[in-house]
Design a protein around this ligand. Structure first.
Ligand code: FES
Length: 125
């Protein structure tokens, strides 16, 4: 995905150890032609001073990770947690650390822009 093809939206910077959710339109191209659009969410986090953005869709069963909006971190604040079946992910690289997930989280592009972050408005698949 090239940066120039993306449409960006601005969101607030999450606080250290916190997250900010944002709407994400996922466009899926069908085999026989045509496109369907799904309304999903992404979330941006700040972990040890680094920002990352992830699609809010667990690679295990596809559910959102947060059981309360914006709550993604484990109790100790060291991992991201899927509240459906307990999968755990590395906050910085999205790798699955424990649980039934077959792979890690799907990362989203992110740009730091002054006091805000820029994340994609749409994701094409
Ligand atoms: S849906 Fe996330 S662990 Fe099952």
């Amino acid at each position: 995905m090239s940066d120039t093809a993306l449409q960006w939206q601005r969101i607030a910077r999450p606080p250290e150890g916190g997250a900010v959710c944002f709407d994400l339109k996922v466009e899926m191209h069908l085999d026989h032609g045509g496109t369907i659009g799904l309304d999903e969410q992404g979330f941006a986090i700040c972990f040890r001073g680094a920002f990352r953005a992830w699609r809010n869709r667990c690679p295990h069963a596809g559910s959102p990770l947060d059981w309360q909006p914006g709550r993604f971190f484990s109790e100790d604040g060291e991992q991201l947690l899927c509240h459906t079946h307990g999968a755990r992910f590395d906050p910085l690289d999205g790798a699955c650390l424990a649980g039934p997930c077959p792979r890690g989280l799907e990362s989203l592009p992110l740009r730091e822009c002054g006091d805000v972050l820029e994340v994609p408005l749409r994701l094409a698949q």
